[in-house]
Write a new protein. Structure first.
Length: 161
């Protein structure tokens, strides 16, 4: 499968294991320690095998974990839920933001776009993480979208078998 120069190399991948590995990679970082976040993975079964490009999908998870680390309230929890849906799975990343979520959901998924610049100008980043994640998910035939509920920020990914 190609999109421009990006070629997916799909194999059987355990999504739960891949998510656990991605979370573990960040557990030793300074940002993780300074925020004192607790990542909680909830899944409907311990092994969920899908035909994915594990390297690319880990990039998606790493971008979303990094986003949660940057924008979550200190001493809070980040929930990652994997739910069974018709013909696939739904992965939901949920974190409590340290500032109001008063920007357009669609805009924030565009390249070089971040939330209110005056609030997050001291946070490193270039506004590419969510756009890259969305592109990779779409290359896999899935969808990615956002939902806000007050200060609760949700990234929802649907992947299909």
């Amino acid at each position: 499968m190609n999109s421009g120069k990006l070629k997916l190399e799909k194999n059987k991948v355990n999504v739960v294991e891949l998510l656990n590995q991605s979370i573990a990679e960040y557990s030793d970082t300074d940002v993780y320690s300074s925020k004192n976040l607790n990542f909680i993975l909830n899944t409907f079964q311990p092994v969920i095998d899908m035909n994915l490009d594990g390297h690319r999908m880990s990039r998606v998870f790493e971008n979303l974990i990094n986003n949660a680390l940057k924008y979550s309230l200190k001493n809070s929890r980040v929930f990652v839920d994997i739910d069974n849906i018709k013909k696939g799975i739904k992965i939901i990343f949920k974190n409590t933001s340290f500032y109001p979520l008063d920007f357009d959901k669609k805009d924030i998924l565009e390249r070089f776009t971040r939330g209110d610049k005056s609030r997050n100008s001291n946070i490193e980043g270039n506004g590419l993480g969510l756009a890259i994640a969305k592109s990779i998910v779409e290359l896999h035939g899935g969808i990615m979208y956002l939902d806000f509920d007050g200060d609760l920020f949700k990234v929802i990914i649907e992947l299909y078998y």
